[in-house]
Design a protein around this ligand. Structure first.
Ligand code: LMR
Length: 394
């Protein structure tokens, strides 16, 4: 049997992690995978997470199974954090999932159950795992323009034009904030215009929100998702706790399915529990319990929010430094977009061979589409990167 297996395509982001690890140069700079790093290059355990874990070790009396949907307190806390009061709680079905990827996978499986013929529209570009999972599940997908490679901003007109072709019941996958891989984001008035179009078309919005708190702040980053949640009968929201709680390896995420009314919500809830059962039975609990402990304890929550804000402001500072260093070296404003982008990533907007030159000549690792993880920089490496970009003729 196993001799019939073919090699599967390698994930480009994860392949880069391996290539970086093998590079012996001590001047190498890792701007690849989306993991936050502090100024010394470490990915620290956040203070509130440490404290929540300490409490868990002390107070937890059982490791028996949770429910198939995970701990209801986790769902409540996450729904409050992501959706605020944009939608009545009794319209929201939710399941804990293994990370944000697990939530995306379960959302796509739910779409397959509810609307097998639906096309899922993806931004061009998007996180490579979106099309990969869709293809693996044998679903239909199309892409809509999103990024203007000249301005390095959102190609809003192109986006609306392409989405003009969607059919009723098609699903449109949107990044709630901090677009991955570009860093370019719609303004709230642009979201309003998009919502109007999607309503007219009878589309189903599906939001992937993996970086809440990394862009303009915890509340502001949820604003677009909340607008969408309030405007449609049906919305899917996949949220990750990997980045904003820094608990990557705990695999903590949630899928929320907003239904028209409570009765439909109940059926959706039962379907979500069924899907968890088919795929892995019970979702991981440790990370979810850490998150619930933090979000429901005012003191821990305040400390977590403060540390998350430090992380966010640190990345903004790096953006400003990089843009101003490039302004100085290039004697132009053509890299100013770096300071306007939000979240962990920016797409530099250069060719794969220039990306390769940055790696070969300078030991600077970024994804082949020229996506940089801004959090991989520090005060010392910002000028190194800026000089390398200019040297490479970008
Ligand atoms: C990324 O885009 O780098 C992260 O979401 C990590 C991953 O799993 O790809």
């Amino acid at each position: 049997m196993l001799e019939h297996l073919n090699e599967q395509p390698k994930d480009k982001i994860l392949a880069l992690v391996a290539a970086y690890r093998e590079d012996p140069r001590d001047t190498k700079v890792d701007l690849g995978v989306g993991v936050y790093k502090d100024a010394s290059g470490n990915t620290p355990v956040m203070r509130a997470v440490k404290e929540a874990e300490r409490r868990l070790v002390k107070d937890q009396t059982t490791k028996a199974y949770t429910g198939l949907a995970g701990d209801p307190a986790f769902s409540d806390a996450m729904i409050e954090m992501v959706l605020g009061d944009s939608v009545a709680r009794n319209r929201v079905a939710a399941v804990a999932t293994p990370g944000g990827t697990g939530a995306i996978r379960q959302a796509l499986e739910l779409i397959k159950l509810a609307a097998p013929g639906a096309t899922v529209w993806l931004s061009d570009p998007t996180w490579p795992n979106h099309p990969s999972i869709i293809k693996y599940l044998g679903m239909k997908s199309k892409s809509y323009r999103y990024f203007d490679s000249e301005t390095r901003n959102v190609d809003y007109v192109g986006m609306l034009t392409d989405l003009g072709a969607i059919l009723p019941g098609d699903v449109v996958l949107l990044h709630g904030c901090c677009h991955n891989p570009t860093g370019a984001n719609m303004t709230l008035p642009q979201w309003d215009g998009l919502i109007k179009l999607l309503q007219e078309k009878g589309a189903i919005p599906f939001i992937d929100i993996a970086y809440q708190g990394f862009g303009d702040g915890l509340e502001k980053d949820a604003a677009a998702t909340r607008k969408v949640a309030a405007a449609f009968d049906n919305v899917l929201v996949a949220a990750s706790c990997s980045k904003n709680f820094g608990i990557y390896r705990e695999r903590t995420g949630i899928l929320m399915a907003i239904a028209k009314d409570e009765n439909i919500r109940d059926v959706a809830q039962q379907n979500l529990a069924f899907l968890n059962r088919q795929n892995f039975s019970f979702p991981p609990d440790h990370g979810a319990r850490i998150v619930t402990t933090i979000l429901t304890d005012p003191e821990l929550r305040a400390d977590w929010e403060a540390e998350l804000e430090e992380v966010r402001l640190g990345m903004l500072e790096l953006r400003t430094q990089l843009a101003s260093e490039l302004r100085r070296l290039s004697n132009s404003d053509r890299f100013d977009f770096l300071a306007e982008h939000r979240g962990m990533f920016s797409r530099l907007g250069t060719t794969p061979d220039k990306v390769e030159a940055l790696r070969a000549d300078h030991g600077i690792y970024m994804v082949g589409d020229s996506r940089m993880n801004i959090a991989g920089l520090n005060a010392e490496t910002v000028p190194v990167l800026a000089k390398a970009i200019i040297d490479a003729g970008i």
